[in-house]
Ligand binder design. Structure first.
Ligand code: 4AD
Ligand code: MG
Length: 464
């Protein structure tokens, strides 16, 4: 198979390809025929946002057959000389002297014609939508963020571990778990233990978080992170919730809440810098067409220290704000997206680390503070997105952990291994979870989370 050069490598003066013969391969975005007998083809290969302008003179006899067949969506190989372009908006163009059509796309039915399509429509054609500017850019940024997260943790001596996707525990205790079973719902086992004949011979679920297992490895390797898909049967149809999403979860031995906050802050700042410095072309596109404030938000996050606010103070601020919220605020209640965004966008105008939440609001594993009313939890809120990180210092004291489990109705027998970590060489430790999709939403300004993951799973939707 002939291999072309990626179009991203052809742009820029340093490319050194000007005046040289090159081969490119990609998909046609548009084709325009001039009266002077020249075809202009915008070819995109997904390596970058920009398409390469291909110029083909109709006078060549061998083009007479192929050029009329080239339609939006067709796939091509083009060979020719790369020249600097006099036209506006492009630095180079390709003077074609060989064009090969791989696959035709019938313009009568190919859905991606040159116009703006709604995101709702594009979701129905998730097999074609990565060929659009927005979805292509989102996919490239998602790749950069994933790689950037690995780099961030690897550079700091963290070990990448893989925690299980099928698990027996419900880490967050919210009961929003998908069951994993091979039993036929049409033929349930007659009586007795319904799990006896099931695959794992016990209840099993898709993980909501790899944290509990990551703690095991943190208490052996010191600094670890897990990065994988997580699942929540959360019946909330919002623009920031998915039933399947990806989460990076660092877990650190000998870290208290303050160390945890510092690491989370460094991580978010680094991701903002990566977007500003390494995704410039895609960022420019998002700022122009999706969210005008995205760049200034990223700059604010990259430059300013985060505001650390205890939950109790945040509740006071919200109550005194005079703002009409759809959900009223009371101490002891969960903060809603509207409250989170008000704090970070209106009050502090920068990222906020909310700490020390009511004990009753948070899962059993969080460390109980000396006031015995709150736990050492932290949520990081960013402008535009709201909560992007949830984390905490973990309860390392055996007696307090057992008491917490009792209050939350969790049987220590079901979490024997977790309890034993507090019996054998327990140490203070902390960690957090950063949702990859929320991160990509934040750095791109894409309003709906369904556009930052290739195949979104939400209530009632699991196509593709
Ligand atoms: O705040 P959460 O629920 O925290 C945990 O799961 C901890 N066990 C993490 C840890 O300490 N290791 O979730 C963490 C982050 C959220 O801040 C958000 O970014 C993302 O995961 N998230 C979701 N993203 C998309 N769709 C959902 N339904 C999400 N739920 C959480
Ligand atoms: Mg949370």
């Amino acid at each position: 198979m002939e291999k072309g050069i990626r179009i991203a490598d052809l742009f820029g003066t340093e490319s050194g390809f000007v005046g040289k013969k090159v081969v490119v391969q990609g998909w046609v975005r548009t084709k325009r025929d001039s009266k002077a007998g020249i075809s202009f083809i915008e070819l995109n290969d997904g390596s970058c946002l920009r398409s390469l302008q291909v110029i083909a003179g109709l006078e060549r006899p061998e083009y007479a057959e192929v050029l009329p067949k080239i339609t939006t969506g067709s796939s091509l190989l083009v060979e020719g000389e790369l020249t600097s372009s006099p036209g506006k908006g492009q630095s180079v163009e390709l003077q074609a002297d060989r064009i090969q059509l791989y696959g035709w796309a019938d313009p009568a039915v190919y859905p991606l014609q040159k116009k703006r399509h709604s995101f709702e429509f594009l979701r129905q054609i998730a097999h074609l939508r990565p060929r659009t500017n927005t979805l292509g850019a989102a996919a490239r940024v998602r790749n950069r963020m994933s790689f950037g997260l690995h780099r961030f943790f690897q550079e700091r001596g963290f070990h990448y571990i893989n925690t299980p996707i099928i698990t027996a525990s419900d880490c967050e205790g919210a009961g929003e778990i998908f069951r994993v079973t091979t039993l036929d719902p049409a033929q349930p086992p007659a009586d007795g233990n319904p799990y006896e004949s099931d695959f794992f011979a016990r209840p099993a679920f898709l993980t909501v978080s790899g944290q509990l297992q990551a703690e095991i490895y943190a208490l052996a390797l010191g600094l670890v992170y897990t990065f994988g898909p997580t699942f929540r049967a959360e019946n909330s149809n919002t623009s920031r919730h998915l039933a399947e999403f990806w989460m990076v979860e660092p877990e650190m031995a000998f870290y208290d809440l303050e160390d945890n906050l510092r690491l989370a802050q460094d991580c978010i700042k680094e991701m903002a810098r990566i977007m500003l410095n390494e995704c410039a072309e895609d960022l420019e596109f998002f700022a122009r067409f999706i969210e005008p404030e995205v760049r200034s938000r990223l700059e604010t996050v990259a430059e300013s220290p985060f505001e650390i606010v205890p939950y109790t103070d945040a509740v006071d601020i919200l109550k005194k704000s005079g703002e009409k919220f759809a959900f009223p605020v009371e101490w002891g209640g969960d903060l809603q997206a509207e409250h989170e965004r008000y704090l970070t966008e209106k009050v502090f105008k920068r990222p906020v680390g909310l700490i020390n939440f009511p004990r009753s609001l948070k899962p059993f594993y969080m460390r109980v503070n000396d006031d015995e009313k709150t736990v050492a939890a932290m949520d990081i809120l960013v402008p535009g997105t709201g909560e992007i990180i949830g984390g905490s210092q973990r309860e390392e004291r055996l007696d307090v952990l057992l008491e917490q489990m009792k209050i939350k109705g969790i049987s220590p027998d079901d979490y024997k291994w977790y309890v034993e970590l507090r019996e054998f060489g327990s140490v203070p430790h902390s960690g957090f979870g950063l949702g990859l999709e929320r991160l990509v939403q934040f750095v791109t300004g894409i309003p709906n989370i369904r556009e930052v993951i290739p195949f979104p799973r939400t209530p009632g939707h699991a196509e593709f």
